[in-house]
Ligand binder design. Structure first.
Ligand SMILES: Cc1cc2nc3c(=O)[nH]c(=O)nc-3n(C[C@H](O)[C@H](O)[C@H](O)COP(=O)(O)OP(=O)(O)OC[C@H]3O[C@@H](n4cnc5c(N)ncnc54)[C@H](O)[C@@H]3O)c2cc1C
Ligand SMILES: NC(=O)c1ccc[n+]([C@@H]2O[C@H](COP(=O)([O-])OP(=O)(O)OC[C@H]3O[C@@H](n4cnc5c(N)ncnc54)[C@H](O)[C@@H]3O)[C@@H](O)[C@H]2O)c1
Length: 463
């Protein structure tokens, strides 16, 4: 790359997360001059070190579980099924590598100028890019989008820096499948890895500082998640707040000292205590971009930062930390940048799925949130074992729950725990978006025998 000074482009995107890369490709194809800078992950966090590799591994864990139970379904399998770590790693890397290559090609085909390098603001709407090949370049955008994501948080625990612990990225190197593993943090990352590694055969101890897993969920739902993990062999410890970490000499065991003074130990420790916005070293203050007191880029509901024509999107902008939320940020930005549409981030219905096995899918309000907001609430519950499809696939674990407004009959939210819940939740999301009263879902003719048919049964509970 040649050394250039002060180029002007229509759109400058810093970080190629879901929002940024989607916008960059879209606008480049529309004929805008676009520069997008990414420091090391072509295609961003999701495809390299988050959703895609983890869900690939979850797929393998589920395959193992299916084979383990095949005999109960009349399928004879010779010998104990087991994980082949080398092939598991190769499979995961194949899926990730394929998506990374596809992204590199899509970026090139779109006509954008994609630079592998690190960007730092040096003025209004202007960044200096230190490319990974050593060259530097200064680029100013008519519009600039900051999409630099988040990174695993490192909790302030004595000894953590020296204890050679894993985070959600380093664990994916799959250097070994430990016999024993501690996981610190019972949120999305902690629960997903606990379920996955327990199915792989690791004895997992999950340390959660609070009094339930997944603190945003209703206590009964979080309790069912804890029961499922326990059934998979995970030692779930609630109220287990870590104070200090050390590793015994010669890469011995990791020892976590809890607030009550007790020690827990295992071969490895995965730290899963949240994510920190990536803003350090970006020079945002130079560009007039302010942060919130939690360190995210401050944006309004049009994703406008405090600097004119500088926007932020995805995790770093404090959007819900999901790829689909970042993708929706792209739609908001595209609408605004191409004609001032009134699209905003206000009131978005953002569902999500926690990929333990079976999965927990969520949309809308929890029962607690609905009551706190003053709704007169009716609650429908259905054991997954009541759904005919669940019996035919020999997977009856889980419970579905929906929350309905007693006055309007509208569906306020749902927590579906069970096989394929992440697919079924979309049907409920559409019902909520269309403001369908629950009776219409209850009375809809749904294909038999599918998991979706459970929606008839779920709302039957309310009459
Ligand atoms: C283990 C794990 C599993 C997850 N699973 C799911 C899931 O199943 N479903 C789901 O919806 N979400 C999941 N998430 C969350 C999801 O990954 C994030 O919400 C999403 O990736 C955020 O994307 P983003 O658009 O904010 O930017 P990111 O994809 O984080 O991209 C930001 C990019 O900016 C780059 N960058 C940073 N600073 C600079 C700089 N100065 N110069 C140049 N480039 C820079 C970074 O290298 C990075 O590639 C998971 C997260 C984790 C950790
Ligand atoms: N399937 C998905 O969509 C998916 C999967 C993984 C991650 N994500 C996203 O990534 C984000 C980060 O996930 P995460 O699990 O790292 O964070 P999180 O905030 O969901 O959970 C962190 C947990 O760690 C606990 N904790 C914090 N400090 C502790 C300590 N010292 N001792 C014990 N427990 C402690 C907290 O109580 C909390 O429950 C999530 O907000 C989510 O949006 C999404």
């Amino acid at each position: 790359m040649n050394e250039k000074a002060g180029e002007d482009v229509d759109l400058l995107v810093v970080g190629d997360g879901k929002a940024g890369k989607s916008l960059a490709m879209d606008r480049a194809k529309a004929g805008w001059s676009v520069v997008m800078v990414e420091r090391d992950k072509i295609g961003g966090t999701c495809i390299n070190v988050a959703c895609i590799p983890t869900k690939t591994l979850v797929g393998s864990a589920r395959a193992l579980l299916t084979v383990r139970h095949a005999g109960e379904m009349g399928v004879e399998i010779d010998g104990e099924p087991a994980i082949d770590l080398g092939r598991l790693r190769a499979h995961k890397e194949g899926v990730v590598g394929g998506m990374v290559s596809a992204h590199a090609k899509m970026f090139a085909d779109s006509g954008m100028d994609f630079i592998l390098g690190t960007a730092r603001f040096v003025g209004e709407r202007t960044v200096e890019i230190r490319a990974n090949d050593g060259a530097t370049r200064t680029v100013r955008g008519r519009d600039v989008v900051v999409n630099t994501g988040t990174t695993p948080a490192v909790p302030a625990l004595a000894g953590i820096a020296e204890a050679e612990v894993w985070n959600s990225e380093t664990i994916l190197h799959l250097e070994r499948l430990p016999e024993t593993m501690l996981i610190l943090g019972g949120g999305y990352v902690g629960c997903e890895f606990a379920s996955m590694f327990a199915l792989f055969g690791t004895r997992v101890t999950l340390l959660q500082g609070g009094d339930q897993l997944l603190p945003r969920e209703d206590p009964d739902v979080a309790g069912q998640v804890a029961d499922i993990l326990t059934d998979q062999g995970v030692d779930v410890r609630l109220g287990a707040r870590a104070n200090a970490v050390r590793r015994e000499p010669g890469h011995g065991e990791v020892v976590v000292t809890l607030a009550d003074g007790s020690d827990v130990r295992a071969q490895e420790l995965l730290v899963a205590t949240g994510r920190t916005p990536v803003t350090a070293g970006l020079g945002l203050d130079t560009a007039g971009v302010e942060l919130t007191d939690r360190g995210f880029v401050a944006v309004d509901d049009h994703l406008r930062t405090t600097a004119d024509h500088v926007w932020a999107a995805g995790d770093v902008a404090g959007s819900p930390q999901f790829t689909h939320a970042s993708w929706n940020d792209f739609r908001v930005l595209r609408a605004i940048l191409t004609g001032g549409d009134a699209t905003t981030t206000t009131g978005r219905l953002v569902p999500y799925t926690v990929f333990i096995t079976p999965e927990l899918a969520r949309v809308g309000l929890t029962e607690t949130e609905a009551r706190d907001r003053g709704h007169d609430v009716r609650v429908a519950r259905l054991p997954v074992s009541a759904i005919p499809r669940a019996k035919t696939i020999h997977d009856t674990v889980g419970t579905w729950k929906a929350v309905v407004d007693a006055e309007t009959d509208q569906i306020l939210g749902a927590a579906l725990l069970g096989r394929n819940a992440g697919e079924v939740i979309t049907a409920l999301q559409m019902a909520i978006l269309g403001r369908l009263p629950y009776r219409q879902v209850r009375d809809a003719v749904i294909t038999h025998p599918t998991m979706g048919e459970g929606l008839n049964l779920l709302f039957d509970a309310l009459n």
